[in-house]
Write a protein that binds this ligand. Sequence first.
Ligand code: KMH
Ligand code: ZN
Length: 274
Amino acid sequence: MDKLIITAAICGAEVTKEHNPNVPYTVEEIVREAKSAYDAGASIIHLHVRSDDGTPTQDINRFKECMEAIKIACPDVIVQPSTGGAVGMSNDERIQPVNLSPEMATLDCGTCNFGGDDIFVNTENTIKEFGKKMIEQNVKPEIEVFDKGMVDMALRLNKKGFIKDNMHFNFVMGVNGGISATYRDLIFMKESIPGDATFTVSGIGKAQFEMVALSILLGGHVRVGFEDNVYMKKGVPAKSNGELVEKVVRIANELQREIASPIEARSILGLGGR
Ligand code: KMH
Ligand code: ZN
């Protein structure tokens, strides 16, 4: 079994300081959270950025500033910008960080209800456009899927040349409107991807650590962080993203799965390194 790649989704676009005062907005706060996760064992930082007042933005200059500052604090970490941004953003806004040629970026492979009137829109043409751009910029997509049909979409677009082989998936489980975070459904998702593909799992809310434990057992990788969950356990807010990563490391140790360093994560994911 490969060593375990831990991704920290430190910020997200929807979670706020009302949910947990440690959610980062400013560049300094984003670097603080990235470093806490990296020091605890995360090899990938999944990055959204905000304006200082907390408003989500996909501004290329804000990404550049944050990525450069993270790289100083966490020299070998893999920074994976979001191209999902926030609900309601245009494609042109969302794709901006790919122009910085990061090693990875997310590629959301379908449309999903996010609760209430919120719809996270990803048409087939959007996915094709983003996939093509990532190939041109030599960016490995983390294929975000919120349901099984999105896996099928990614497989079709792989056959058509919009997504390269050796695909890496992120199963986002437990979103209001997406696949539920159950053991049955995680096994179903794992069995739906090609044998040479890798996967990570993002359990939303209280499902986060159950999904972590099962993914570790299944040979998958894991994502934790404030984007998906702000609690250590019921009623106990996490002090930092690092605290959430530390909990993953404890679970992995008990289950005898070693943690991948950033260099090892690059090798597992077939990244060239920058
Ligand atoms: N904030 C969601 C609308 C991604 O990072 O690619 C989209 C999202 C997915 O978080
Ligand atoms: Zn995200």
